[in-house]
Design a protein around this ligand. Sequence first.
Ligand code: CUK
Ligand code: CUA
Length: 766
Amino acid sequence: MSRPGPFQRNPFILVLCALALAWSAPVLAAESLQQVLKRRGLSQQDLLAAAKTYVPTGERDEFLAFASGGQSGHVIVYGVPSMRILKYIAVFTPEPWQGYGFEEESKAVLAQGRINGRDITWGDVHHPAPSETNGDYDGKYLFVNDKANPRLAVIDLHDFETKQIVVNPIFQSEHGGAFVSENTEWVLEPAQYAAPLGGEYQPLERFNEEYRGGLTYWKFNREKGRLEPENSFSIELPPYSQDLSDFGKGASSGWSFTNSFCSERYVGGIERGRPPFEAGCSAKDTDYLHVVNWRKAAQVAAAGKTEMINGHPVITIETAIDEGLVFLIPEPKSPHGIDVSPDGKYLIVSGKLDTHTSVFEWAKVKALIDAKDFAGKDPYGLPILDMKKSLHTQVQLGLGPLHTQFDPQAGIAYTSLYVDSMVARWDYLKGELLDRLPIHYNIGHLMTMHGDTVKPRGKYLVSLNKLAIDRFNPVGPLHPQSHQLVDIGGSKMQLLYDMPLPLGEPHYAVAIEAGLLKPRIRYKSGTNTRTGEISPHKTRAGEERIERDGKRVTIHGTLIRSHITPEIIEVDEGDEVTIYLTNLERAQDQTHGFTVGKYNVHGSFEPGETASVKFVADTPGVYPYYCTEFCSALHLEMQGYLLVKPKGYKAKVGDLMPKEEYGQADYEKQVATNVATQATIDEVVAFITSQDYKAHPEVVALVEDATDQLGRAAEAKKKTEIEAGAERWHSATLWAGQWWQYQVKAADIGLRAKNILEEHGATGRP
Ligand code: CUK
Ligand code: CUA
């Protein structure tokens, strides 16, 4: 009912209605567009911007953006161009709505991210990277990093859930990941602040000798959708504060590139009377771009030419030199982003403290490497290529260039200018600045559609700004983050929309064509969504049970509109209680939540999902449990009682159930209602089956669900008749009521299916 029906869409009728309204009630006449513009002080330009971003009710966005959630440890999903937020994907941080960290299955994912036996329940998410096939996003997986506690996570885009967290086995911090190779064979996670590999103690005086940077290449198993620590490896690097990275593609396939800053190897010490980090780390004019032959490195690692640190194979600097795996190129000054052009032929490096953006040419770099034409060696013996001989051009774009994204037109790129607060559009082939657009304020990353793939889609750019200052209503000293949408379709960039984002600071974001994403609408019944396997605790209707083994009480229950089975759970004080629940629904969006008050447990059960909550019932008392999603008209009745009996409690003889109060007249009244309801259901069924409903998967799912509900209605009807036959009118009346409940649910689902058929039939939308 969110979209106008065919009646409201008929323009002739609309005009008639408008006329009728205008004639009969002039005070309420709709304002004209001109009047609205005047009243709200909007310009033609504003109107144009609004028209470019507005997505009418029920319509969908063309792209989905996945933004890093910074200190929130989440990933934010929003639509482009509407900038409507669609989801927060919980990754490193518990999030109760999704049950993440409050039910056992997702707790197991968070537990994979423990470090030194400690739960780490937050993350600093910087760089999302979608899985790629032939260098373009394929919409299957998303990888994100945690800079603070060096970890990577795998999100499955079939259901937008976090499936895996891996802890970097040798780094103390990281930053430049996640980046993926053209076919997602490898996910790259570079270190950031140098430290002894493996985590041992070494004094800062031994920085040059004992502290190291590095790159970890995680092997990804696409069939399983998981990173494989046992097949992953790292390359040891000098302590140069490795930073952003990118995989080569096309011409530079098989190689990866990593920036660094503070190649001065300065260790600070303001309290020891030394100049601070920021001075010591920016003293030189250049830092190093690391050029890595990862394909060969993978062979070297597979051949076992590694040293084990914490059980993880590491290619040492000496081996990297011997095998010709790593080369350095000087790059100006305190660089940040390194971005490989769509064809893989150019490497674009921005130096935060340089007004230039440097364009390195892969063919030149490769020729120098092949000819062993080195300008020198670094203190660790790594070969250094001559910067001038590697450069294609350098372009003066503005102050503080950071990150670059690409356009479908060959040679066109967009670079963020942090200090100038601008986006620069420029041509990296010709070395020309084309256009600059002011941004509010201090842009960090920017994103164009598929902007780091072999096939950028153009159209829009989003600028991810570090400061919001005066853009939004003030909400205290902590401001929201600010994303600004820019139209890059024309010859001049045009700012369209400001979106506040009230979560942690986003760094990078990526935008995927919405059509490439095909998320499921339900799970196979009994799925543990975090492992993707059918849970051994899957429970079918009628199999619900409460079992006791010593102090352990295990409940297998089910959820379906509008009841939780079982409805009464009795345990003793101190019992260890595990409640496995299966959502029996098959209909789209029919999620149930579950919580037991005061025990800090909560789950979200999507259709088909099996998950569990676990706690020690250490406090005697009465604990209502209930469904936490308004799932149906009788949602509030989707409830139950956990009774925790005090130690040594002796049951008193007495009646548990209230006395009987319904008689034959009540029974007959209920049955009459049921018969009338059945007539409505029959009408809806006749309509649906007269349509080609099998062409609409959503409707098929609803019809299956309605059929289930009708099956249950039939069972309840049988029980009703048995009770009525024995003249147990009270029980017969309640069973007739239950029979009606199932009918109502079937009717509700049937009507939803009918609505979809009517709307989509009328508009021809799939
Ligand atoms: S970083 Cu934040 S603006 Cu982590 Cu990619 Cu550049
Ligand atoms: Cu299920 Cu409310």
